[in-house]
Write a protein of this length. Structure first.
Length: 302
C-alpha cells in the first residue's frame, strides 16, 4: 500500500512537472535565437522587424520563400514596402507573424501570399516560436502534427528552463540591422528539370479534381488574419505566386479567398518565362524585378 502511494505521488509529480514546463512562456528573444539555424538565419531579421524596428511600412508582405524571393521591398514605387516572407508553408505561422507585427505597427496594407492550392499543414517552426495556447488551436483545425508540436514545445521550454536554472549565458547577439527582407535566389536553374516538372503538372491537371473547398486549417487562420487586420483598419490582400509555367493560371480557391480579401493575380508572362526562375518554385532576381515593378504599379493604382 505504501509503495503504491509513493508510486502515485511520483507519477503525479512528474505529470505536474511536465505541464509546468509546457506552460512556461520563454521570452521572445530566446525563441527567435533558438530558431536561428532555420531559413539561413532569417529569424534574426524577423525578430528585429516584429519587435525592435519602430519604422513603419505602408505595405507588409507575408508568406513563404516564394514571396521572400519574389518581391523587392526597396527602390520601387512610392510605397514603403517590407518583405517578411519566411521559408516554407504554414498558415498558422503566417497568422502568428501578422498578429505580432500588428501589435506594435500600423501599415496601410498587408499582402499574404497564396498559391495554386491551399495546404493544411502547420509550419515546421510552430513549436519553437508559437505559444502553447496557439499550438493548441490545431486540435480544432485537425492538424495531425499537433501532438508532436506540443512535445517539441515542451523540449524547447525545457531548454529555456535549464538555461535559467544553470544561468547559461547566451553569446548570440541580435545586432544586424538588415533593412530589407527581399532575398535574391541566386540558384542556377536546371531548365530541363523545371520544364519536365511543368509538363508533369500539366498532365496531372488533366486527370485530377481541382481543390473545391478550403480546408478547416486555412479557413481558421484566414479568419484570424482578417480579424487582426480589421481591428487595426488594415487592408488585406492576397498575392498569387505560382510555380514555373503557372499551369493552374489562378488559385483553385480564388472564390473562397475573395470572401476574406482582394486576390491579386500578376500577369502570366512573369511565370511562364524560364529565365525568370531560380528553380521550379522560386523566382530569380530577374523574375522578382519584373513582378516587383508590376506589383508596385498595381499598388499605386489603388
Amino acid at each position: 500500500m505504501k509503495r503504491r502511494t509513493v508510486y502515485i505521488i511520483f507519477c503525479g509529480t512528474m505529470v505536474l512537472l511536465f505541464f509546468a514546463v509546457l506552460f512556461i512562456v520563454p521570452d521572445k528573444e530566446f525563441l527567435f535565437k533558438n530558431a536561428l539555424g532555420d531559413c539561413s538565419g532569417r529569424a534574426q531579421f524577423m525578430y528585429n522587424a516584429l519587435y525592435t524596428d519602430k519604422k513603419e511600412a505602408d505595405v507588409v508582405l507575408f508568406g513563404s520563400s516564394r514571396i521572400m524571393n519574389g518581391v523587392y521591398d526597396s527602390a520601387f514605387g512610392k510605397n514603403k514596402i517590407l518583405n517578411l516572407g519566411y521559408c516554407r508553408f504554414g498558415r498558422n505561422l503566417d497568422a502568428f507573424f501578422i498578429e505580432e507585427y500588428l501589435k506594435t505597427h500600423q501599415p496601410k496594407k498587408i499582402i499574404l501570399e497564396v498559391r495554386s492550392e491551399e495546404g493544411s499543414n502547420s509550419h515546421p517552426l510552430t513549436p519553437f516560436l508559437m505559444p502553447v495556447s496557439k499550438i493548441a488551436n490545431d486540435f480544432y483545425t485537425l492538424d495531425g502534427d499537433v501532438i508532436s508540436n506540443l512535445y517539441n514545445k515542451w523540449l524547447c521550454n525545457l531548454k529555456f528552463t535549464r538555461s535559467k536554472i544553470f544561468t547559461i549565458e547566451d553569446a548570440t547577439v541580435f545586432e544586424t540591422k538588415v533593412q530589407y527582407g527581399f532575398w535574391a535566389n541566386l540558384t542556377d536553374p536546371d531548365l530541363i528539370a523545371i520544364t519536365a516538372k511543368r509538363v508533369e503538372d500539366s498532365l496531372e491537371l488533366l486527370t485530377e479534381t481541382p481543390q473545391k473547398k478550403m480546408n478547416r486549417n486555412s479557413e481558421f487562420y484566414f479568419e484570424k488574419i482578417k480579424k487582426a487586420c480589421d481591428e487595426k483598419n488594415v487592408k488585406l490582400y492576397f498575392l498569387y505566386i505560382p510555380s514555373f509555367g503557372n499551369v493552374y493560371k489562378r488559385p483553385a480557391l480564388q472564390k473562397e479567398y475573395l470572401t476574406y480579401a482582394t486576390c491579386i493575380i500578376p500577369p502570366d508572362s512573369v511565370f511562364c518565362n524560364s529565365s525568370n526562375f531560380a528553380d521550379y518554385n522560386h523566382l530569380n532576381k530577374n523574375g522578382a524585378r519584373q513582378l516587383s515593378i508590376w506589383f508596385n504599379n498595381y499598388l499605386e493604382s489603388r
